[in-house]
Ligand binder design. Sequence first.
Ligand SMILES: Nc1nc2c(c(=O)[nH]1)N[C@H]1C(S)=C(S)[C@@H](COP(=O)(O)OP(=O)(O)OC[C@H]3O[C@@H](n4cnc5c(=O)[nH]c(N)nc54)[C@H](O)[C@@H]3O)O[C@H]1N2
Ligand SMILES: Nc1nc2c(c(=O)[nH]1)N[C@H]1C(S)=C(S)[C@@H](COP(=O)(O)OP(=O)(O)OC[C@H]3O[C@@H](n4cnc5c(=O)[nH]c(N)nc54)[C@H](O)[C@@H]3O)O[C@H]1N2
Ligand SMILES: [Mo]
Length: 767
Amino acid sequence: MKQEKIEFYKGPAGGWGALNSVKNALLRQDIPVKGAKTLLSANQPDGFDCPGCAWPDRNHASTFEFCENGVKAVAAEATARRAGPGLFDQYTVAELAQQSDFWLEDQGRLTHPMAYDAASDLYRPIAWDDAFALIARHLNALPDPNQAIFYTSGRASNEAAFLYQLFVRQYGTNNFPDCSNMCHEPSGSGMRPQIGVGKGTVTLQDFEHADAIFIFGQNPGTNHPRMLGELREAHKRGARIVSFNPLRERGLERFADPQDKLEMATLGSTPISTHYFQLRVGGDLPAVKGIMKHVLEQEDLRGGVLDRGFIEQHTTGFDAMAGNLRRESWALLEEESGLTEAQMRSAGDIYLGARSVIACWGMGITQHKHAVDTIQAIVSLLLMRGNIGREGAGPCPVRGHSNVQGDRTMGIWEKPPAALLDKLRDVFGFEPPREDGVDTVEAIRLMGEGRGKVFFALGGNFAAATPDTHATWQALRRCDLTVHVTTKLNRSHVVHGREALILPCLGRTEIDMQASGPQGVTVEDSMSMVHISTGINPPASEHLLSEPAIVARLAAATLAGRSAVRWHWLVEDYARIRDLIEQVFPDFQDFNRRVAQPGGFRLRNTASERVWATASGKASFHAPVVPQDTPSHQARARLKDSIVFTLLTTRSHDQYNTTIYGMDDRYRGVYGQRRVVFIHAADIRALGLQDGDWVDIQTVWADGQERRADGFKLVAYDIPRGNLAAYYPETNPLVPLSAVADAAGTPTSKSIPVLLLPHRALQAAAA
Ligand SMILES: Nc1nc2c(c(=O)[nH]1)N[C@H]1C(S)=C(S)[C@@H](COP(=O)(O)OP(=O)(O)OC[C@H]3O[C@@H](n4cnc5c(=O)[nH]c(N)nc54)[C@H](O)[C@@H]3O)O[C@H]1N2
Ligand SMILES: Nc1nc2c(c(=O)[nH]1)N[C@H]1C(S)=C(S)[C@@H](COP(=O)(O)OP(=O)(O)OC[C@H]3O[C@@H](n4cnc5c(=O)[nH]c(N)nc54)[C@H](O)[C@@H]3O)O[C@H]1N2
Ligand SMILES: [Mo]
């Protein structure tokens, strides 16, 4: 392990630091030569879709788009390491559970299906057919299908997801919690009633025409590095790039493109943000309202500012919103956003100076109690000047997992629209369950109360990704059976039910051979582009099955005699699955032909055509109330004598969600460790502590339960006073299960009221 240090990062994002990091990532996975070939196939017309993030690529066209974190994601999957039966012989599950998340995944790719043996506390190999029979037996023994839970992580392909939802609905439940519930759920919940679609409306081409790009709560340098390419080009042609973020993020400041020879040779770089508004955590709603108020005041002052024609023809609710904005007090907006009136007005002037504006957002917006309101305010700001449904303008929620958007399109949704269920009934001739299922947080409750008995996960790492770790682990352990379809060993396999299975599957980089030949799968990126993804590497083990094959064989075993679907036949040729997708979703007409074209095709997006699939047939304005009732407000009111901080949990540069690639966070200057908490220097002094001191973190929550995460090192950082930042998943024990976004259920993992306490272990040692 590298030495621990904290050191200000002077370089730009990308650049030589990125190239160096790539070399190390390949070496770590023992794939120096093969790695290069694998990488060159990422996001190519006939290669695989990068399993990194959902940012689109230039048409899956010709040039390889370099992305450091894409390389790490591919290398993690293409690793030469193997976690075979030998490993499971060597360690009991109790011993495996003692290991870190990093260690577990670092054992490499899983090679055999494994079943938990309680007598020996070991995972032992099991034949595939026996595994499916075991699951089928459990599922068919449940008195109510709603006692089974089917989780999905956003890497699953359209084909796998479609079969999965079909199987589960035929089985009889809509219990489909997914990673989206913890992620962009509020984006869909906010935009669907407002503009009629739950997805962004812009394309990559729009980035070439925007005069201003507003970025709220997103860290593209780490999480969507290819987005920096778009931002850099936009900056070079003079577009304004306006960042709203409580942290100074390197990737939002400067970027050197590793493919730009001159920039690399001269150690040059391009600035990214032209403006940086360092607001308070959770301060976006008041900040956006301030911008809107300024826009409205300018209209009142000089006229010609709003797009009156658009507002008249396409929207409802303008007058009510305007009244609300006029009454809003600047003092409150300043207090709650952490920005000054002058700052909000200057952001407003940038907005007014731009003909076309794109607004992007990420987890800094969605993982809050008032996320849905905030998103509706951002979209309302866009609507004021008709910044939607025309070139260079529109909302752009930047999705996380590479196919999370596609999975939802395919019906991975615990609250399925009636139209989808009707269609399934008509096409497949069965009556799907009509009652809403559970989302992620509700699934944990269900299991915790003993009413959820079988937990099945298509990918992901439920035990580590979810909030309230203590409660969640207890819930999982109450299950009769937990099953994970997975590529690597992770926490969820060692926090398990009475019986447990690990089902290893092919990754996206691997050749998927079925009866009719090698198969491709399809995915949908953050901008509704659907394209094919074809693996090129030999499978990590001959015992792996593809995800569609696992779902189909499980369905056949469970629904034997009850389903008219030809499960085995479908998997022989995935084009057959796509034919069914086309029958259920009209937007996929001629699916097989269209997806075979280079670059694939774009799904229809009504809002981008200014067609509003809403109740009123129009887009609507919202001016939500500035929240003064958040858990942090309440905690501060209650504990007047303590410093109550608002903690945001985020990703380091060396992780993919719960997968930890390494211990560095280069752009934030942290090396060799992850248990750090970023804090303003003045707050360290106010606590009577020093930079580098160790603390414990304790949640302030009214339910009387103690939630702690112990042993974090203070790192003085450029962050507003009263705010803290630390990495997830280590901080998930601090996020209460009941801390969720209104009208979306998303855990509020960006705003947890906490106290910092002197580190327990040190205190004990001193006593
Ligand atoms: N390499 C890599 N790529 C990834 C992932 C990964 O873990 N690693 N994860 C994937 C997934 S699933 C997702 S969802 C995306 C996540 O990508 P992001 O949306 O970038 O998620 P986070 O890293 O959580 O960072 C959120 C940013 O929001 C800021 N922030 C926090 N609170 C607030 C706030 O109240 N207001 C504002 N304005 N900003 C705030 C933080 O400082 C941080 O810069 O990335 C995807 N891509
Ligand atoms: N505190 C806090 N919690 C959060 C967040 C936060 O910002 N803060 N972010 C939330 C967000 S945005 C998200 S999306 C969730 C992520 O939640 P998940 O999607 O559940 O978690 P991941 O860490 O992405 O899942 C990693 C695992 O997926 C498996 N895997 C990888 N590739 C494949 C594949 O091709 N097929 C299959 N079957 N399995 C595969 C591997 O075994 C790996 O261990 O976490 C959420 N939790
Ligand atoms: Mo996500």
